[in-house]
Design a protein around this ligand. Structure first.
Ligand SMILES: Cc1cc2nc3c(=O)[nH]c(=O)nc-3n(C[C@H](O)[C@H](O)[C@H](O)COP(=O)(O)OP(=O)(O)OC[C@H]3O[C@@H](n4cnc5c(N)ncnc54)[C@H](O)[C@@H]3O)c2cc1C
Length: 315
């Protein structure tokens, strides 16, 4: 255990964690950012919906964020957080070390479920997409395959046709499509493929999906719907409030969870999963954390409850 108690430990160097780190470091707070590497943002090869960036890759966005965080003296260590415990302050553990902190921001994001399609990674983020809000626009007027393993994928196919392209084919993947759903697709002019794809075909541009029998279905883009897993194992054991499905974490307006001092930003909470949203939540959490720490310092110095704390400490 390091002897130091940080003002905040941030778990995950995606847009949410990096933005929180930059804000807190610019209050001259002691900030430790622990990151395992990889992450969902790095799968995004071409992000087009972040203000002032006509186009930026997720990797460049993260690398620039790390550089900016270092400039403001954020301490960054590579490691996978395995547990967070609260006993007064927080204890955050990786396999290699344990650290103490007054507050924690969980910003470890989610991981996509990928079906075993050959060449998937070659096209991921280029013409194999997993998020309508991110990449739906790139399918405009393209020959599109919607592939999914749940009935939600049927709604996705209908939405894609309405928003982006008339040329949609639906591939149920290991999914028994009820007749009523097949009928809706038919009525909307969306053909349903008879079997599932096994391979994406093409060099730099996607040209077709290949089926198990070798048939090739011409296609320029795939919108896939296979869901994702939360990167939240280290939160097990904390009494955290979750949504009605018992999956995502419920947070307040400043992204504080039901455990005081533990903030959860990005797609681990019930909001939408976007770069600017995660970043905005990181900033929101950081501002609240700073106010809280000011109040705490004020009340321990004066014995008052923080109501008379200096300007900027109004909660
Ligand atoms: C193909 C693709 C394209 C996308 N395109 C766009 C787009 O165009 N626009 C847009 O707004 N969004 C896009 N997104 C979504 C965007 O990537 C997410 O909104 C964003 O990743 C959310 O950021 P985050 O802060 O949750 O962190 P993430 O980017 O998910 O990063 C989380 C970090 O936490 C780390 N981590 C995880 N577990 C641990 C642990 N236990 N200990 C330590 N570190 C841990 C990971 O290693 C990772 O570095 C896209 C996503 C994908 C997959």
């Amino acid at each position: 255990m390091s002897g130091r108690t940080y003002d905040c430990i941030i778990i995950g160097a995606g847009p949410g964690g990096l933005q929180a780190a930059i804000y807190l470091a610019r209050y001259n707070r002691g900030v430790l950012l622990i990151d395992w590497g990889g992450g969902r943002t790095r799968h995004a090869k071409s992000i087009e919906n972040v203000l002032t960036h006509r186009r930026i890759s997720g990797t460049e966005l993260i690398e620039r964020g790390l550089e900016q965080a270092r400039i403001f003296n954020v301490e960054i260590v590579k490691g996978r957080v395995t547990s967070v415990k609260k006993d007064g302050p927080f204890t955050v553990a990786t396999a290699a070390a344990s650290y103490r902190s007054l507050t924690v921001v969980a910003a470890s994001g989610v991981s996509d479920n990928f079906p075993p399609l050959e060449n998937l990674y070659r096209f991921l983020g280029v013409s194999y997409f997993t998020c309508v809000d991110c990449d739906g626009y790139k399918t405009t007027n393209k020959k599109l395959a919607v592939v999914g393993d749940s009935l939600g994928a049927v709604n996705l196919a209908l939405a894609m046709k309405r928003l982006y392209t008339r040329d949609v084919i639906f591939f149920p993947y290991r999914l028994d499509l009820p007749g009523s759903f097949a009928d809706i697709l038919k009525e909307e002019g969306i053909p349903t493929a008879a079997s599932e794809p096994t391979r994406l075909i093409g060099d730099s541009e996607l040209e077709a999906l290949e089926l198990a029998d070798g048939t090739r279905v011409p296609c320029e883009a795939v919108m896939a719907s296979f869901g994702y897993r939360l990167n939240d194992e280290y939160l097990a054991g904390l009494p955290l409030k979750k949504d009605a499905e018992g999956r995502k974490y419920v947070v307040g307006g400043a992204c504080e969870s039901s455990v005081s001092g533990l903030y959860i930003v990005g797609p681990l909470n019930t909001g939408n999963d976007q770069v600017v949203i995660a970043a905005g939540e990181g900033a929101t959490a950081a501002i609240d954390i700073n106010k809280r720490l000011l109040e705490k310092a004020w009340s321990s110095e004066t014995g008052e409850d923080g109501a008379g704390a200096p300007e900027g400490a109004d909660r």
